[in-house]
Ligand binder design. Structure first.
Ligand code: FCB
Length: 446
């Protein structure tokens, strides 16, 4: 080989090496891009933000002493019922292209079989307002509250529960079907069941495993029946509207990898919480909705057979204002769990209760980074709805738990978008976690 040829080969090699280096995975994550068409949104639930709900079970429950922290009541809440247009403007300014909300059953059907046309018109206006701002709509039918008349007939434990619920679903499809992009039949059915029928800390305040089992059967059957109605009516409109459920998923972790008992307890917890509902309702999901908040550490205490959840304070773990562990990698784990269903996944809720908005920023970026990695690993994730658009009534924890991207002054009801919303807005606008946004959490060697 002549000297000059050697020289060219060397320089080509060098060029190739440079090219390879600049495209290497180490550099590729300067910006983490999300798939085209990814949905960036926020989530709310009627009773938590609207105000003026007087016909559901929660509005009675919250009057009872000791049920809600600080004696808070939903009352006028954030008055989103009247201020929704302003709130959606703030979301549109942050490039949101989707929103998840619930329609309040007790407004639409205040008495059994009686449909309130004014409230139907209201929700149509709400959905139109979202459409006008370029936001796709995901509508939840049951988000923890039921009409008082339904509760009086036994609620979800009553023998007619499935029929009542599927009739409501059919009505909602007739009333709003042309304005809905995704139906979500139920929000966190297992959380509802545990809080309302096992721990008894939410209405109807029952502590009974047998009743809880009945409720489980009715919820799953209710989802399946509602899905049939929603599909049928969408077909009549010539539309395909995906139907799913927003399930609360938990990433479980066991301390001892060598113990068969720990392994058993881990897989049992995982099966019951993360898989049983899907098993019962197999074939009736067009997408999977994931609400991710919880990481549970399972540890066996000396001399005790039963597995216990670790006291996070003992380990001085990072937690939110309401004691929920901050653990970004957990969202990656639950997304892997769901990958086996081979259905599109939407993260229907994820967020943090904190009065320190810098923490919310770090939380958001860290969790989204894990969502990005889950997508890279091959999981079909198509959207993320942050909980929540605005500060709201956090059930038994009241108003002190601040989950919002928009601050609400509870005296004046004035809105003030937090810095976290502008960070989220940049992510949505760029459809990526850019290099400087990743600096909030650190991102490896670079
Ligand atoms: C979820 C609920 C939602 C809200 C968040 C913080 O479990 O679906 O209504 O309370 O937690």
């Amino acid at each position: 080989m002549t000297a000059s040829l050697k020289k060219t080969t060397r320089s080509t090699r060098k060029k190739k090496a440079v090219a390879a280096f600049s495209l290497s995975p180490a550099h590729a994550h300067l910006s983490l891009h999300f798939p085209k068409g990814f949905l960036w949104g926020t989530a709310t639930a009627a009773h938590q933000v609207e105000g003026g709900n007087k016909k559901n079970d929660w509005s009675l429950w919250e009057q009872l002493p000791g049920k809600v922290a600080g004696g808070d009541r939903s009352g006028r809440s954030a008055d989103h019922y009247h201020r929704y247009a302003m709130d959606f403007d703030l979301a549109a300014a942050q490039h949101m292209n989707a929103h998840r909300l619930s329609v309040e059953w007790s407004r639409i059907e205040p008495r059994e079989g009686e449909w309130n046309v004014k409230e139907i018109a209201h929700y149509r206006a709400v959905l139109e307002a979202l459409r006008a701002r370029g936001q796709q709509t995901m509508v939840t039918l049951f988000h923890f509250t039921v009409p008082q008349w339904f509760a009086a007939r036994g609620g979800w434990a009553g023998k007619d529960a499935v029929g009542y619920f599927s009739r409501f679903a059919a009505k909602a499809a007739d009333a709003f079907g042309d304005l809905v992009d995704f139906w979500c039949t139920q929000n966190e059915p297992l959380v509802y069941l545990v809080m309302g029928y096992v721990l008894g800390t939410w209405p109807p305040g029952v502590k009974n495993y047998r009743t809880a089992w009945t409720v489980f059967r009715h919820l799953t059957a209710g989802h399946v029946a509602a899905t049939v109605e929603l599909h049928e009516r969408a077909r009549m409109l010539g539309r395909a509207v995906p139907v799913g459920v927003a399930n609360n998923l938990i990433s479980f972790y066991s301390y001892r990898k060598h113990s068969p008992l720990d392994a058993l307890s881990l897989s049992l917890s995982d099966w019951v919480w993360n898989h049983a509902y899907y098993r019962e309702t197999r074939g009736s999901h067009d997408y999977l909705g994931v609400n991710y908040y919880f990481h549970q550490r399972i540890k066996r205490e000396e001399g005790k057979l039963v597995q216990l959840f670790v006291d996070l304070r003992a380990e001085n773990r990072e937690t939110s204002d309401i004691g929920w562990e901050v653990y970004p990698a957990g969202i990656f784990d639950v997304l892997q769990e769901l990958g086996e269903h081979h259905l599109p996944i939407y993260i229907t809720e994820n967020g943090i209760a904190t009065v320190n908005d810098d923490r919310r920023i770090r939380f958001l970026v860290a969790y989204l980074k894990e969502v990005y990695h889950a997508i890279q690993s091959g999981i079909d994730i198509r959207g993320y709805f942050h909980w929540s658009l605005l500060d709201n009534f956090e059930w038994e924890k009241g108003y002190a738990a601040r989950f919002g991207l928009i601050d609400v002054d509870w005296q004046t009801l004035q809105r003030r978008p937090k810095k976290s919303f502008s960070v989220y807005g940049r992510i949505a606008g760029e459809n990526a976690l850019s290099h400087d946004i990743l600096r909030y959490v650190g991102h490896g060697v670079l």
